[in-house]
Design a protein around this ligand. Structure first.
Ligand SMILES: [Zn+2]
Length: 196
């Protein structure tokens, strides 16, 4: 009875450690690498532990609140981006695997809100491709060649391109190419986590 009551008052449970109260607790959030440049992209840490839990919950269970809390926790570290970018663009879902809820779109919306910028959903994947994880590096590059298209005009804009996980960076490279083709001046890449 007591636990039921507690559940009603605090419906969230930390995806990292299971503590009741928040979708991700501050202790778990303070243990990840922190928001900085990890090679090719800005990220909150390595794809492991609580960051992996945050991504998997959003991606496969449609549970997005941990992403919102992640951004909120690191909001001060993100603010410098405000002067470096004009628009936020999420990496799109594969047309064949598209779901009603896109965790990358949610991540992009939350970032845009924090930075006071607009978000554009005009970057499309124009043809379905096999999941990158099933392919070797050379095949990955070939797999995504020309797979993305930005439907619009980005002349002179500095774009914050966002995705969930950076692995080889091929997806972000191909998306950057599509944004530059649409006239973007500069692309800043940001992911939730980088995979080793
Ligand atoms: Zn926790």
């Amino acid at each position: 009875m007591f636990s039921l009551l507690r559940e009603l008052i605090f419906p969230d449970k930390c995806v990292g450690c299971g503590t009741w109260g928040r979708a991700v607790c501050e202790e778990c959030l303070s243990k990840i690498g922190g928001f900085k440049l990890y090679g090719k992209a800005y990220a909150f840490g390595i794809y492991e532990g609580v960051l992996r839990d945050i991504i998997l919950n959003a991606k496969y269970k449609g549970y997005g609140r941990p992403i919102v809390e992640l951004i909120s926790f690191y909001k001060d570290d993100l603010l410098f981006l405000k002067k470096d970018i004009d628009l936020v663009v999420p990496v799109p879902e594969d047309p064949l695997r598209r779901k009603t809820f896109s965790h990358v779109a949610l991540f992009a919306k939350e970032l845009a809100l924090r930075l006071g910028k607009n978000v554009s959903f005009s970057l499309f994947k124009v043809r379905p491709t096999p999941p990158q994880v099933t392919l070797k590096k050379v095949e990955r590059e070939r797999n995504l060649k020309g797979a993305f298209y930005f439907n619009g005009e980005l002349r002179g804009m500095r774009v914050l391109l966002v995705d969930d996980v950076l692995t080889t960076g091929t997806t972000l490279e191909e998306c950057s190419g599509a944004l530059l083709k649409a006239g973007a001046l500069k692309i800043v890449k940001l992911v939730i986590a980088v995979s080793l």
